[in-house]
Design a protein around this ligand. Structure first.
Ligand code: ADP
Length: 632
């Protein structure tokens, strides 16, 4: 048979170099990765056979086998699972398709220093390639179930690998590591020692649902010894929590999630009764980088009576809990259940409701018990969870109870709505918020002036989803959620007679200017009025209570929806000299054409102050420059 030599893809080569030169302390995990792949391959074969009985594959004794050969210094992990075709080996093993790994490499390039790189290995699962941490040559022999020809892949982890076609390969995959020379200093990590292997498997892979067997080496003149099963195969989710250590749960999490870090929280649920199921869910400690991308793979693993059925089962948790990983094992579903059926199944819907409530109540518990862990949770997943305020009205209160928001009350301590309400001033009836791009830009927005002046707390909302949920939720404990940039704001209260009288007088004085300005700015502005929210700035733009905000308009446009442009309201500060002078000039002059540009500038300044863009930046610059020049 001819041997063909191939170049590794650039990323793959980088990853291999890193593995080969790795000083990552926990090299044992390579075995977990190989066993994990083998276990997946057995799951896949079992499912494929279930769907297609005619598949020419033996599923009578699916298992994983580990062989060590002390003299040859080799370690082999073998499975009789689905295997790979010749093309698949090239695709799956020669390149890096996994988006997590691609991300890993990107961060690696940015990390520069060696210590940073080693830290990163511990965060991203790098799968098969981690074998090169302990081996100087790796051979993979595989035959896809149903095919007759096998494939041998060999590499020393340098720039190339070879592929051979093999006639008599057994079904499944075996990965043989030619181990690096033994380290006499470190007997514990001698991977030719059955004792070491037994320990590692127990530690990292005990829960694997397929038997992991090891054949002890045959002594001279002895009969071939019986293989020993190393793992208990007990599904962790079906065992009492007292029997399972946190470490064991965490290893399952790592197997499922391909995240090498510990999860933030483990959640167990055992539902008894007519529709029985067990769930073991995990909240990761870090949000995956692709959480907000369209093709993010969400969902937990579904098992039926201990048998793996599918990855990424979306039907069991709502989209706003898409960061939750784990296993759900249902007793009364058909093994043939499909995604389409799951979407419609009444029991599945009931499970989803229950699991959702369980996750939310767990978050609440974290919040009550452990401020630091809650802060981590909210930092990583708060933005996603807030989507639930819009989409899941049934659990709105539960989500609000664990939600916290940046506030003018404290620099770096977010507040809950309950805490906000407790601090509300006498006579304050609404909960005030402002939305925008960043804390800094909205904190200094003119809309905040009167609130700052009066010491009234305002929530600072900077996530895109904030624009949406505040409208969907509307109120909290009878208190309206009100944007400081929407509608009329009068913090002195209409009841205050003196202020009221003053305002009437001003309204008369300014009536002419306001009407005239509205006509001049007709393209963008539907009303010009005097403001009770400004103390320092001359002007600001606001929206009507039920208008879309500019940010929301942009969001809809970005999603490809057509939205008419909403005209806004310009508010002037009658206490500001610029506005006073403009009014005086308006009243004194017969020919007002010279004031048109001033009106336009005042409007643009108001747009800029809230973080918006001038409609015609070049023109704006020219107008300002002209005026500056005249002042010199
Ligand atoms: P990951 O497991 O994260 O996808 P790996 O580099 O470990 O990344 O493996 C890449 C792919 O190679 C797997 O997704 C799988 O399709 C295939 N593969 C690896 N090991 C086996 C195996 N023992 N049997 C069948 N396919 C395998």
């Amino acid at each position: 048979m001819t041997t063909e030599t191939f170049e590794f893809q650039v990323e793959a080569r980088q990853l291999l170099q890193l593995m080969i030169h790795s000083v990552y302390s926990n090299k044992d995990v390579f075995l977990r990765e190989l066993v994990s792949n083998a276990s997946d391959a057995l799951d896949k074969l079992r499912l494929e056979k279930l769907r297609d009985d005619s598949l020419d594959a033996d599923v009578s004794d699916l298992h994983i086998e580990i062989d060590v050969d002390k003299d040859a210094r080799t370690l082999t992990v073998r499975d009789n699972g689905i295997g790979m075709s010749y093309d698949e080996v090239g695709q799956l093993i020669g390149t890096i398709a996994n988006s997590g790994t691609a991300r890993f490499l990107k961060e690696l390039r940015e990390a520069q220093d060696g210590a940073g790189a080693e830290g990163l290995i511990g965060q991203f699962g790098v799968g098969f390639y981690s074998g090169f941490m302990v081996a100087d040559e790796v051979t993979l022999l595989t035959r896809r179930a149903g095919e007759s020809q096998g494939t041998r892949w060999t590499s020393r982890g340098e720039s190339t690998y070879t592929l051979d076609k093999v006639e008599d390969a057994p079904q499944g995959t075996s990965v043989t590591l030619h181990l690096k020379p033994a380290d006499p200093e470190n007997q514990l990590h001698d991977y030719t020692s059955p004792w070491t292997i037994r320990e590692i498997v127990k530690r990292y892979s005990d829960f694997i649902t397929w038997p992991i067997r090891m054949v002890p080496e045959k002594g001279d003149g002895e009969d071939a010894p019986e293989p020993e099963t190393l793992n208990s195969m007990k599904a962790l989710w079906a065992r009492s929590r007292y029997e399972v250590s946190d470490d064991e749960y965490h290893e399952l999490y790592k197997h499922i999630s391909h995240d090498w870090r510990e999860p933030l929280e483990t959640i167990r649920l055992q539902a008894e009764g007519t529709f029985e199921y067990q769930a073991l869910l995990f909240v990761p400690s870090h949000a995956p980088h692709d959480l907000f991308t369209r093709d993010f793979k969400r969902g937990v693993q579904l098992y039926v009576k201990r048998v793996f059925i599918m990855d990424d089962c979306e039907a069991l948790l709502p989209p706003y809990l898409r960061f939750v990983k784990g296993v759900v094992d249902a007793q009364d579903l058909s093994l043939n259940v499909s995604r389409e059926i799951l979407q419609q199944d009444r029991h599945i819907r009931m499970m989803q409701r229950r699991l959702t409530k369980k996750v939310l109540s767990t978050v609440k518990e974290i919040k009550t018990k452990d401020a630091d862990r809650y802060a981590t949770f909210w930092r990583e997943f708060g933005t996603v969870l807030k989507e639930g305020l819009v989409t899941d009205s049934e659990n709105r209160d539960a989500i609000l109870a664990v939600a916290s928001f940046a506030t003018t009350h404290a620099e770096d301590e977010p507040t809950t709505l309950a805490q906000y309400v407790e601090r509300m001033k006498d006579g304050q009836e609404d909960i005030y918020y402002i939305t925008g791009e960043s804390r800094q830009s909205i904190e200094n927005s003119p809309h905040m002036e009167a609130f700052r002046d009066k010491g009234i707390e305002v929530l600072l909302l900077t996530d895109a989803v904030d624009e949406v949920w505040v409208d969907a939720v509307g109120e909290y404990e009878g208190k309206k959620l009100r944007s400081v940039a929407k509608g009329e704001i009068d913090l002195d209260g209409e009841k205050d007679e003196k202020a009221g009288g003053e305002r009437e007088k001003q309204a008369e004085e300014y009536a002419g200017l306001l009407g005239w300005m509205r006509e001049q700015l007709d393209e963008d502005i539907k009303e010009v009025r005097l403001s009770a929210r400004l103390t320092v700035s001359p002007a600001c733009v606001v929206s009507d209570a039920h208008d879309l905000t500019p940010a929301l308009e942009n969001m809809y446009r970005a999603m490809g929806q057509e939205v008419p442009r909403t005209k806004r309201i310009l508010e002037l500060n009658p206490g500001h000299p610029l506005v006073k002078n403009l009014n005086q000039a308006y009243q004194e002059r017969e020919d007002r054409s010279g004031l048109v540009e001033s009106a336009e500038l005042l409007h643009t300044l108001a747009v800029l102050a809230e973080g918006g863009q001038p409609k015609d930046p070049a023109r704006f610059v020219k107008l300002v420059a002209d005026r500056l020049e005249r002042t010199l």
